[in-house]
Design a protein around this ligand. Structure first.
Ligand code: UDP
Length: 309
């Protein structure tokens, strides 16, 4: 698991361990944290390796499955560390594919709804080819992931590597970085500390948010399926950013106000997955309502706050 100490990687590592897999969790800790996997360190079959996957990956022994989940993914990171993002999408994916090729492993690439950019087709089916600005600030992530899909398909066609591509839509839950900079961690942290919730633009842009447990289930089903085409995994219930802010205020019992901030460059107007393929091929659909998943996440952030102060 590359990016195994990240938000999604750590949830997935835990799931794989509980299914009886041995997990090699690799992370350079640039945005991941050992804290995310501290509860797994003593579990039999779990090994943490601090390594930057933009350099050659060496793992002894046999490997059944490679999950390439390493990448900073917050828009705040796109401005802060653009070159590492491009490198992990390009060189990191190249090295992960090289590992899978050498070991005869199945490889899953964690791709993203960002390959659709600011979409002109709504909701977005996997066949939509996107509307990405290659030279904008978000381009570093969008294009890195588009390249990653491309090289994954080249390894499949040219080297016969058995690949899977999951296009992940906005995902939230416990273990997200408090200072991650994304909508949900920002809103929850602000609500819990009584600060205004920073709504960018007029808050009418939309996102479709899924709870991490639903994503993990979709990822496992995809890995076990024979579907090599990209598959959207996301919750198709769409909210405006302002609705998410108000829901978080309600669930946290906060009296914070909303504060308007400028809309970031190329911020997608709308985003919603068409999950027909996941339904048909994987029999998957999300089961956790936003109200429930966000409540659990607010509780986790509140407990973490209490513990760290
Ligand atoms: N957003 C916001 N306030 C914040 C952080 C984000 O209004 O403090 C908005 C952002 O402009 C975007 C949406 O929330 O329209 C989702 O942003 P996020 O950073 O979670 O990731 P994205 O889906 O854009 O990749």
């Amino acid at each position: 698991m590359t990016g195994g100490a990240g938000f999604i990687g750590s949830h997935l590592s835990e799931r794989l361990l509980s299914e009886g897999y041995e997990v090699v969790c690799m992370d350079n800790l640039r945005t991941g944290s050992v804290e995310n996997v501290s509860h797994l360190l003593d579990r039999p079959g779990f090994r943490f390796v601090e390594h930057d996957v933009t350099t050659y990956i060496d793992v002894p022994g046999e490997i059944e499955e490679v999950y390439h989940f390493a990448s900073p993914a917050s828009p705040a990171d796109f401005e802060r560390i653009p070159i590492p993002i491009l490198k992990v999408g390009a060189l990191g994916t190249y090295n992960a594919l090289g590992l899978a090729k050498a070991k005869g492993s199945r490889l899953m690439l964690a791709s993203t709804s960002e390959v659709y950019g600011d979409p002109l087709v709504h909701p977005q089916p996997e066949s939509y080819q996107g509307n990405v600005n290659p030279i904008g600030v978000r381009g570093v992530y969008d294009e890195a992931k588009r390249y990653a899909e491309s090289i994954t398909m080249a390894y499949r066609r040219h080297h016969g590597v058995d690949t899977r591509i999951v296009r992940i839509f906005n995902t939230y839950g416990p273990l997200m970085r408090v200072d991650d900079g994304r909508m949900i961690p920002n809103f929850i942290t602000q609500a819990l500390s009584g600060e205004p919730l920073t709504v960018y633009g007029d808050g009418s842009q939309t996102r479709s948010v899924q709870y991490v447990d639903d994503l993990v289930e979709g990822v496992r089903r995809l890995m076990q399926s024979e579907e090599w085409r990209p598959v959207n995994i996301g919750n198709p219930v769409e909210y405006s950013v302002e609705e998410v802010a108000r829901l978080i205020l309600e669930l946290s019992g906060s009296e914070s106000l909303l504060a308007r901030k400028p809309l970031p460059e190329d911020d997608p107007r709308q985003r919603c997955p068409d999950i027909s393929r996941a339904r048909e091929v994987l029999g998957w659909e999300p089961g956790v309502l936003a109200r429930e998943g966000l409540s659990r996440t607010v509780e986790w952030f509140a407990a973490r706050r209490a513990w760290s102060t």
